[in-house]
Design a protein around this ligand. Sequence first.
Ligand code: PLP
Length: 411
Amino acid sequence: MESDKIYDYDIEREREKFPILRRTVNGRPLVYLDNTATTQTPREVVDAVVDMYYDKKANVHRGVHTLSQEATNAMEATRSLVREFINAGSTEEIIFTRGTTESINLVASSYGQLLDDGDEIILTVMEHHSNIVPWQLLRSRKNIKIKVVPINERGELDLDVYRSLFTDRTRLVSVAHVSNVLGTVNPVREMIAYAHSRGAVVLVDGAQAIAHLRVDVTDLDADFYVFSSHKMYGPTGVGILYGRRSLLEAMPPYQGGGEMIGHVSFTGTTWAALPYKFEAGTPDFVDAAALAKAIEYIRSLGVERIAAHEDRLLDYTTAELLAIPGMRIFGTAPHKSAIISFLIGEATPFDTGMLLDQLGIAVRTGHHCAQPLMESLGIEGTVRASFALYNTFDEADRFIAAVRRVAAMLT
Ligand code: PLP
């Protein structure tokens, strides 16, 4: 496999941009493999945050003064760039939220009001809790039914069952583009086409796709597409909801307050036009503005090149890990993203994670906010390693050696 250890960009130059990658943990150089939970942030994104605070901080959308206009322009420039990045039809369809979780809650609360008692929605067993609980909250307010698509032994959705779950009452499907545990890339384009043929709309949770796959909401024909800035090398506290204009126009506001109104009076209030109807209150304009730098950064390397790099790390590491006695990898779909969930023998994920941390290696352990998936796999949790554009083969080797060592100690 040595011949596959190739880089098609200057990885050391990219790593230089992430100061955190130079630190040590427990006396060892950090190997950061918790990218599914959050990616690290390059200097140019942090500089953009600092620039907003030091040079442009003024509340957006309300001021005629220069600073307010500059802050507004910076935030709106990000909106335009997001539109371009995901190939949405218009900036009116791009709504700033706090993250994937809030984007899904927005749709469940607002679109949910358009559902009737007895309507049905379809989720999958591999969803993150943030794509399950908002729908359960909706179910506690409306008498809707939630149906769940199962997976096969490779961790792929069973599309025959998916199709069989539709009835005349199916109104919405909500599905992850990429599983945060199994890495499976779901065939969302095909799933959307089928849902549309049955008159249902589809929300795609793109939290684990946006920094790792080319996302084109027009090509997918998605009705809603949601993601978080912090998982795409951007600042924390910002997320995006893309929504099809006709749906957003039909939906009632999510929260009330400043920014989202046309005119307020005690006899009746009107709503602002899209996208502001869904952006009540002062937005996180500092971080929203800086998200533009993260998108420019991803585009400077190209998402396809990033994906190819991560795939090479995935293939190499998977093959080496499988040679360790007692190794079980959960999620073996041919089309998967660079996420490896595993268990070694009877060792608990917690013990494995603690020992890896002693060796400077950051992985995540536990149920990964996917307890229904864990239940369907018959386990409590896994150890999860996930790659990003700055990870190297040297880091993969240190991780593999550390797992071998831990396996020898725990099994
Ligand atoms: N959906 C998926 C697939 C995720 O992996 C995550 C986070 O790990 C989320 C949703 C929630 O994202 P956030 O916590 O940024 O709202």
